[in-house]
Write a protein that binds this ligand. Structure first.
Ligand SMILES: *Cc1c(COP(=O)(O)O)cnc(C)c1O
Length: 247
């Protein structure tokens, strides 16, 4: 049983988001300081799945620019809402697709998003490339780093082949790798998975690919990911609060 919704005015929504945003930014800064990294080298991607468009727009009004979404239809509604609310400001937002890419959705994803973090097959890459217009779409390859049967992503031993192929597609710009490791109990264990992803990226770079982004780290493991070189952290819960149960 969930408690009745509190009477949230727009004002209190904004306050709450503002505090959360400030909190996350200071955690990122502190963590970068601790691990000797430039705080500007970590981009905060706000993950809004299951949260209403009003909250995305409120966060955008507070200066947040990068937004991650898992579902195309839901994302489209939010993009339209942000555009209707503040057409000028909406043009500055960067939308990141972070959900599983179904090939029949590739056209809309390629047309509406600025980044796709979850390319995991030749078929998806080919279709995104085919439907993307003139400006190259930034993409990352999702790696199934813990080899979990239930998770999307390419196997570690298939990453090089897929990366080589994606890098030949003229409408895509391959930027790096993305992972969602399984949950781990300790900070050291969290770091171990992120370190393997960074090493994999380093080996692709040695093979000649110009990669500059690592999408890793969520609310529960953000610090470990930053310690291992994440350039994009995808944060939902710590910004928006717990997700409402899906219908
Ligand atoms: C939901 C989601 C996130 C955000 O997770 P939180 O734990 O709420 O921060 C990040 N990445 C992906 C791929 C997600 O699906």
């Amino acid at each position: 049983m969930s408690p009745p919704p509190s009477p949230a005015t727009e004002h209190s929504i904004n306050n709450d988001l503002e505090g959360n945003l400030r909190g996350i930014r200071s955690r990122i800064r502190a963590c970068c300081g601790k691990y000797g990294r430039d705080p500007d080298s970590v981009r905060l991607v706000a993950v809004g799945k299951q949260h209403p468009a009003e909250r995305i727009a409120a966060l955008a009004a507070l200066g947040q620019r990068d937004f991650g979404e898992n579902y195309l239809q839901e994302a489209g509604r939010k993009m339209d809402w942000c555009h209707d609310q503040a057409p000028g400001a909406a043009n500055d937002l960067a939308w990141h697709f972070i959900g599983h890419v179904q090939s029949r959705k590739c056209r809309d994803i390629a047309e509406r998003f600025h980044w796709v973090h979850t390319v995991d097959s030749v078929k998806v890459a080919t279709r995104l490339n085919q439907h993307r217009g003139d400006r190259r779409l930034n993409v990352l390859i999702q790696v199934n780093i813990d080899d979990e049967p239930t998770k999307s992503g390419v196997r570690v031993d298939q990453v090089q082949d897929l990366a080589d192929m994606v890098s030949t597609l003229s409408n895509l710009h391959l930027r790096g790798l993305m992972i969602i490791p399984r949950a781990r109990d300790t900070f050291a264990q969290q770091r171990e998975a992120f370190a393997r992803c960074r090493q994999l990226q380093d080996s692709l770079i040695r093979e000649g690919l110009a990669l500059d982004e690592l999408s890793m780290g969520m609310t529960a493991d953000m610090e470990a990911a930053i310690a291992e070189g994440a350039t994009m952290v995808r944060i939902g819960t710590a910004l928006f609060g717990p997700r409402p149960p899906s219908a």
